[in-house]
Design a protein around this ligand. Structure first.
Ligand SMILES: Nc1ncnc2c1ncn2[C@@H]1O[C@H](COP(=O)(O)OP(=O)(O)OP(=O)(O)O)[C@@H](O)[C@H]1O
Ligand SMILES: [Mg+2]
Length: 213
């Protein structure tokens, strides 16, 4: 069943870190041209804060900033914990890059999820690939320290922190409103976000159960 509470648009994302918010907003408004000097974004931080869910939405935001239109084709998502070998993955990625992008910007979007799972040599190969023209790479990781220094240097490193209770409350209420659902009472809202520590992964099942969706 489709999850109606999943974030859909950039406006649905709430960032606890002021730095992260400001870099992404600057990219969105065009104040920070991207891709330009840097072609990659690393979303890093603790578990369940929405890095994987945000990655395609951020790609769409980048496309809109560059072309004024939504993504015409979904980003190519690579789960780095998967068993495929990096050479094969990068060959496929390169094949895609060489064909004309369906996106109006001519950009090709690649998401490398859990990128710290790549070995050091694999990260160096990724580092080479991500610098090619028309390539935008968004990576996620819980372990930024495990990433190659050169790879990090070529990217905006954006920390995705757990939301504060106040931010989580507000986001939950907004998501409920967006779906035209009856808002929870104060007490119910407290319970929905209790002991979540700002992790959407903790809140989401409770929210879905509460509304039976
Ligand atoms: N902004 C958001 N609004 C509502 N739900 C969200 C939001 N961000 C994430 N979620 C939901 O929370 C759950 C966890 O999100 P996600 O998998 O993106 O976290 P993550 O940071 O990638 O976690 P991990 O560090 O374990 O990989 C998912 O069900 C996702 O749909
Ligand atoms: Mg993830």
């Amino acid at each position: 069943m489709q999850n109606i509470f999943e974030p859909q648009r950039f406006g649905d994302l709430v960032f606890a870190s002021a730095d992260t918010k400001s870099v992404l907003n600057d990219i969105r408004t065009g104040a920070l041209p991207f891709p330009s000097g840097k072609h990659g974004i690393i979303l890093y931080g603790s578990f369940g804060t929405g890095k994987t869910a945000s990655a395609p939405i951020i790609c769409d935001m980048i496309e809109q900033a560059n072309s004024g239109s939504a993504l015409a084709i979904e980003p190519y998502v690579i789960d780095c914990e998967g068993s495929e070998r990096i050479d094969q993955i990068l060959n496929t990625a390169e094949d895609r890059r060489q064909i004309l992008s369906a996106n109006l910007s001519n950009l090709h979007y690649f998401i490398f999820d859990e990128v710290d799972s790549l070995t050091d040599p694999a990260q160096r190969k990724l580092r080479m690939f991500m610098q090619r023209t028309h390539v935008v790479t968004v990576m996620t990781t819980n372990y930024i320290d495990k990433l190659d220094g050169g790879l990090k240097d070529r990217c905006y490193q954006l920390e995705i922190n757990p939301l504060t209770n106040a931010q989580m409350r507000q986001s939950v209420l907004q998501r409920v409103k967006d779906n035209n659902l009856t808002p929870p009472t104060e007490e119910q809202l407290e319970q929905l976000i209790a002991s979540s520590n700002g992790s959407w992964r903790q809140v989401m099942p409770k929210l879905r159960k509460f509304y039976g969706v």
